[in-house]
Design a protein around this ligand. Sequence first.
Ligand code: SF4
Ligand code: FE
Length: 483
Amino acid sequence: MALMTGEQYIESIRKLNMQVYMFGKKIECPVDDPILRPSLNSVRMTYDLAQEAEYEDLMTVVSPYTGKRVNRFTHIHQSTTDLRNKVKMQRLLGQKTAACFQRCVGMDAFNSVFSTTFETDKAHGTNYHDNFKKFMMYCQEEDLTVDGAMTDPKGDRSKAPHAQEDPDLFLRVVERREDGIVVRGCKAHQTGALNSHEIIIMPTISMTPADKDYAVSFAVPMDTKGIYMIIGRQSCDTRKLENTEMDVGNAEFGGVEALTIFDDVFVPNDRIFLNGETEFAGMMVERFAGYHRQSYGGCKVGVGDVLIGAAAVAADFNGAAKASHVKDKLIEMTHLNETLYCCGIACSAEGHQTESGNYLIDLLLANVCKQNITRFPYEIVRLAEDIAGGLMVTAPSEADFRDPTLGPVIDKYLRGVNAVSTENRLRILRLIENLALGTAAVGYRTESMHGAGSPQAQRIMIARQGNLAHKKELAKTIAHITE
Ligand code: SF4
Ligand code: FE
């Protein structure tokens, strides 16, 4: 099999025996759960678009490893063009879903593990790169969705993994066997874990030799014995249970996060990509974080496009589109959004080849990209709320709107421009609410802050990559200072 259709993808996830819990209950069929289904639809879009001739060059690529056309989400970047196309693909998907489509973490894990295993093998004579390549080709052939899991719960932030009172607060090897390892721990905020076939685990921070058991990377199927997920709550999530499409704002698409527990999970030798080589933990973290910080210069921009469009439609429906301050706010939103895109494209265009042969983004620029993402979507949301008006959070429910007595009253008093139905006005406001405060706010707002690392993590990288010494030399030369 090369490329799956969206329907085949859904059915392939249905076949997995995943352990999923939500609201204190085991979810027997996550694929059909009304709260979870929109997140699956978002991943499905990565399959559906790959089937369309119009998007073939963006969504698919011929793999140099299998010689076949594969989905770009399973691709190992071969050039800076590949890096740029990745960002463009993510913007497109953000536009089509207005949500997190989840499949990027696997793609970013693929590329960071690919290059790190190559360098680890060179230093240690291990066999991780071949292990990874075999796994990667299997995922390309089967067109699988892979979750990339980095974030451990981390416990007391002042203590290293081995120094935590509870040794499981970072995922670790608890047993080494002839045929593999047994791991225990948890990965937090796992975007799309329950919509993935496989999961790649990576360490979450740089490590010292004392953290040997924690410097571990591997891949296992999501329904491996011992793995279970507890789904994260999202603001307004239970609106999806009310059968009120209007109130949800974006009824078809969403994202979802899970606390993913590894309760003594066995990993066979050929699925291990790092096992105790602590000095390479930092490299894997840095590269994965860099790729995912680049990713945000695509996906968040695409969702931003939808939000800007929604604000403009709300202005039209309110009769405010001609007001100069509204026009200016839309310009400002566009300026901010395109600045983020510039960062995503720039860190891609300035990428370079690694020792393993794949392409890595410019790490300084990728970190600048994500640092801007921790700020600009907040301003874009602020301006969208400004344009939308308070009705986006005070409008009556769809149930009231459909009520034979109350409906006509709502219809009369909440109409804006007469030619536009009140229903359409409310629909666009609910979409803005969804992106600003509802279920999608997880993916658009708070994830902009903390996803791919919180702001301070980027500032550390900016300090490291910024080459201040060189800048000082430049200044001294211009000022004719000799020491
Ligand atoms: Fe992809 Fe963006 Fe979601 Fe990360 S946050 S998985 S980059 S859509
Ligand atoms: Fe993310």
